[in-house]
Design a protein around this ligand. Sequence first.
Ligand code: ZN
Length: 123
Amino acid sequence: MPDRFWSKVAIRGIDDCWEWRAGRRPSGYGMFAHEGKIWGAHRFAFTLMIGEIPEGKFVCHTCDNPPCCNPGHLVPGTARENAHDAAAKHRLARSHEPGWDGLFQAITGKQLVSGGAWGPGVE
Ligand SMILES: [Zn+2]
């Protein structure tokens, strides 16, 4: 199932935006059907790689790019919170957390080459 999801995502470098390539809402958010529900693709990516979305929280983009599904660009926030403040706190931080490269490796089964770029075979 994760493969069915990630095959629709243009996976790039660890800090790049990974845009959803399948159906999108007019707002630009990706749509993914899973177990009879339509998910926001970025919400699905967050749930898959980071964990359950905290009750009452939205998944915000640190990159302001709605179709992006890079888990490193996704942070939980509330409607009341300024998404930009929440995002700024996390900006560029997550991809440098210990264990993060292992998480990315798990997505594609490919190893990250030094400098944070993907090895050959990943678009
Ligand atoms: Zn992004």
